[in-house]
Design a protein around this ligand. Structure first.
Ligand code: UTP
Length: 287
């Protein structure tokens, strides 16, 4: 079945980026001139997704406004202004729906809120604070893997050993190319629980069976309903496939990740990239 639906959980509290996220959703923090969540929606659309459900909560209304029409701006910008068409394009990229996660009970609980939107189809999940930049959209790489293997797909990368305790850790066996069988995983592993340095980083494609599993999943690490715990049940029963995707992933959920995204994407920006490079060279000399 062709995958056309995606879910973007964006209802986290963003406590690692306070005070910026006290009233501003972290998904709306700009990387140069675009909010993080626009990069994510663009990746989904470039991957063939037509319908997107964004999971929000109180105080995230700005995200809805961003993907809505902006009649005053459209009227103010002349037809020839480069941003005139861009304003329209943003509001027409996909069918975008919103639902509120009424309590912040974890990523697994947020994904469960998408049950009636998804119905009985496989769907993509793009975490709202993970921006991935690359020539081949990461979500599309996972969708191709689903078409090839017909199982739940995990977007993975190896993380440094001293950081694995902050992520998930996967038990993997190579299949071919950048594909691996995954039969087990653990969220935020203690040192003696580490299965490998491969971790799920911000993208997966899931079969609808995940919803029954999520409904039965008790709170795990941090007292939250963890998507990893539900995917573990799936990995142990039907097995899942991990894809070591190409592209650079930026963690917009922490301050260093935001700075890395800003610097690297600014250097490639068609308008400001060259001037920013010159500025940085001069600045670095004086460090
Ligand atoms: P994170 O754990 O990175 O986000 O969740 P957070 O809870 O905002 O992080 P802190 O407060 O800085 O530690 C990963 C993704 O899951 C979403 C987040 O918005 C993020 O995109 N999420 C998390 C939800 O939608 N609901 C939740 O209850 C928890």
């Amino acid at each position: 079945m062709k995958i056309t639906k995606a879910v973007i959980p964006a209802a986290g509290l963003g406590t690692r980026v306070l005070p910026a996220t006290k009233s501003m959703p972290k998904e709306m923090l700009p990387i140069v001139d675009k909010p993080a969540i626009q990069y994510i929606v663009e990746e989904a659309v470039a991957s063939g997704i037509t319908d997107i459900l964004i999971i929000t909560n109180r105080g995230k209304g700005l995200i809805e406004d961003h993907f809505d029409r902006a009649p005053e701006l459209e009227a103010r910008l002349s037809d020839s202004h480069p941003m005139h068409d861009e304003m329209l394009r943003i509001s027409r990229m996909a069918n975008i729906y919103f639902i509120r996660q009424k309590e912040t009970r974890g990523l697994g609980h947020a994904v469960h809120c998408a049950r009636s939107f998804v119905g009985n189809e496989p769907f993509a999940v793009l975490y709202g604070d993970d921006v991935i930049i690359g020539d081949d959209p990461a979500c599309g790489q996972l969708i191709r893997a689903y078409e090839r293997f017909g199982k739940g797909i995990l977007g993975v990368k190896e993380v440094p050993p001293d950081t694995i305790s902050r992520y998930s850790s996967l038990k993997v066996e190579p299949i071919c190319e950048n594909y691996f069988h995954c039969t087990d995983m653990v969220e935020k592993p203690a040192p003696d629980q580490v299965l490998s340095l491969y971790s799920v980083l911000g993208r997966c494609v899931l079969p609808p069976e995940i919803f029954d599993i999520l409904a039965q999943t008790p709170p795990g690490a941090g007292g939250e309903i963890q998507l990893t715990d539900a995917m573990r049940t799936l990995a142990q029963s039907t097995g899942m496939v991990a894809v070591d995707f190409t592209g650079t992933r930026y963690d917009m959920g922490n301050k260093l990740g935001i700075l890395q995204a800003t610097v690297e994407i600014a250097l490639r920006h068609p308008q400001v990239g060259e001037d920013f490079r010159e500025y940085l060279k001069g600045f670095v000399k004086n460090l």
